[in-house]
Design a protein around this ligand. Structure first.
Ligand SMILES: Cc1cc2nc3c(=O)[nH]c(=O)nc-3n(C[C@H](O)[C@H](O)[C@H](O)COP(=O)(O)OP(=O)(O)OC[C@H]3O[C@@H](n4cnc5c(N)ncnc54)[C@H](O)[C@@H]3O)c2cc1C
Length: 432
């Protein structure tokens, strides 16, 4: 029986980054993926000729791990405009990045959307977090100490007014973290704020699935088996590990790396391993896609809603077909709406509720938005409060030759998943 240097369970971005790092060191690798395609939580489905991402996601082109693994030119990224349009009391208010759109930012201040003190605090925060990332002081992969704050506590301690927190930080970062209470740890917030400041929020041509697809293309052929759910990982007597697949096959490897998302619910591992770990709770989201003949006036700018939940379910709204190529059918526009987690209505009620709320922002044209599909993502991001970060895996090494990867170990983002995969591979290489 062929023995691989390493078998990786799960072809999410962390598993793919792990494989790439090992292959570059001439190791023989097999990735086993339970579904029919690689990418895990980063996926795109074609519905009526439109590319529908599995939940609204963006790639930040400043991600340091992405720069290591991805070939940017061939992903043909399109970028969102910096800043956002904030929906407030039925109007869309622009909040711009003063460094990249100085005149627009001055307008935001002059029109009273951003007060001068809050504008100065944003400037100070921006400089501090960019310097922190450059010097390595802000790194959400390491947990700084027991005193980690929540994002909201951090913003309050920096003196931001409650009006500005409600107007900008809650809807913008609530959409990024999929929670508006801003309980996500401040290290994660500061790193993410730095990434938005250092680069652009992008979409690859044709949908987010282009990212894992490119990762697979850069692996030797035959490295990935899809529709191969792993059911058991057992210690082999001759040194190494045996991996059982649902179809009855058993494969051997010197090392096994398991995506953390794969060990949550299934007893994959031998007794005695991972008995004390409590998986974090998951944050969920829904995406509703519409098509229209007319491009919404927001064009390449993200719209975030600071309106109360009684006004409607919209968390944020974007036009991916205006940002990147290949999202919509010829002559059509594609509109994504992310739904707030505190809106409790059923899926069927969403298109009507969205049109009702967005009518105040875009006018009667919203009646011509045709519903394409609704996507539910119950397991989108693991909770990342200071407490849950302290309870996460302290090491990616479970036993000799047995390792974990995945965003549960670092931070729940594309950057975090790629980092977790690379770090697991480096641990495999060290222990070989
Ligand atoms: C809706 C949404 C919005 C997001 N927004 C952003 C964003 O804007 N920017 C950003 O940077 N990040 C964002 N993220 C986060 C980012 O997508 C994830 O952090 C990252 O994709 C996680 O990758 P992973 O490899 O750790 O896990 P996963 O992608 O979950 O991969 C785990 C893989 O293991 C497979 N698997 C599980 N069990 C088994 C088994 N028994 N055998 C074989 N295979 C198995 C699964 O099928 C899956 O493919 C978002 C995520 C979601 C869902």
């Amino acid at each position: 029986m062929k023995k691989f240097d390493c078998i990786i369970v799960g072809a999410g971005l962390s598993g793919l980054a792990c494989a790439r790092t090992l292959v570059e060191q001439a190791k023989s690798v097999l990735i086993l993926e339970s579904t029919d395609s690689p990418g895990g939580r980063v996926g795109t489905d074609t519905v009526n000729g439109f590319q529908i991402d599995r939940g609204f996601q963006v790639y930040l082109d400043s991600y340091p791990e992405g720069k290591k693994f991805l070939d940017y030119p061939s992903l043909n990224f399109g970028a969102f405009e910096p800043g956002a349009l904030v929906a407030h009391r039925g109007r869309l208010l622009p909040i711009s990045d003063p460094w990249r759109r100085p005149y627009a930012a001055i307008r935001s201040v002059l029109s009273g959307v951003v007060g001068v003190p809050d504008g100065l605090r944003v400037a100070y925060l921006r400089n501090q977090v960019m310097a922190g990332v450059r010097t390595g002081k802000i790194d959400p992969i390491s947990i700084s100490n027991d005193q980690e704050k929540t994002t909201r506590e951090e913003l309050v301690s920096r003196g931001f007014s409650s009006e500005f927190i409600q107007l900008f930080f809650e809807p913008f970062f609530g959409g990024v973290f999929l929670e508006r209470d801003l309980t996500t740890a401040s290290q994660v917030f500061e790193f993410t704020f730095a990434m938005f400041s250092l680069g652009s929020a992008c979409l690859p041509a044709g949908g987010m699935a282009a990212i894992p697809r490119q990762m697979v293309q850069k692996l030797p052929s035959g490295c990935l088996e899809t529709l191969a759910p792993v059911t058991k990982v057992v210690n082999e007597s001759v040194g190494g590990w045996e991996v059982a697949i649902a179809d009855g096959r058993r494969l051997c490897a010197g090392s096994v790396v398991i995506s953390a998302a794969a060990v949550e619910n299934t007893p994959l591992l031998p007794a005695g391993i991972l008995t004390t770990w409590t998986p974090p709770a998951w944050k969920s989201t829904r995406l509703v896609a519409f098509e229209s003949d007319k491009k919404p006036s927001c064009d390449k700018t993200l719209v975030v809603s600071s309106e109360p939940i009684e006004k409607g379910p919209i968390d944020n709204l974007s036009t991916p077909s205006a940002v990147a190529e290949g999202y919509a059918r010829e002559g059509k526009n594609l509109i994504y709406v992310s739904i707030r987690d505190d809106w409790e209505g059923e899926d069927e009620l969403l298109p009507v509720a969205i049109r009702k709320q967005a009518r105040a922002w875009f006018g009667a044209e919203v009646e011509q938005w045709n519903h394409v599909t609704t996507v539910s993502v119950p397991h989108a991001l693991p909770v990342e409060t200071p407490t849950s970060r302290r309870q996460r895996f302290q090491s990616n090494r479970l036993a000799p030759g047995l390792f974990l990867c995945g965003d549960h170990l670092t931070t729940s983002s594309i950057n975090g998943a790629l980092a977790a995969g690379r770090l697991a591979a480096e641990e495999v290489l060290r222990s070989a």
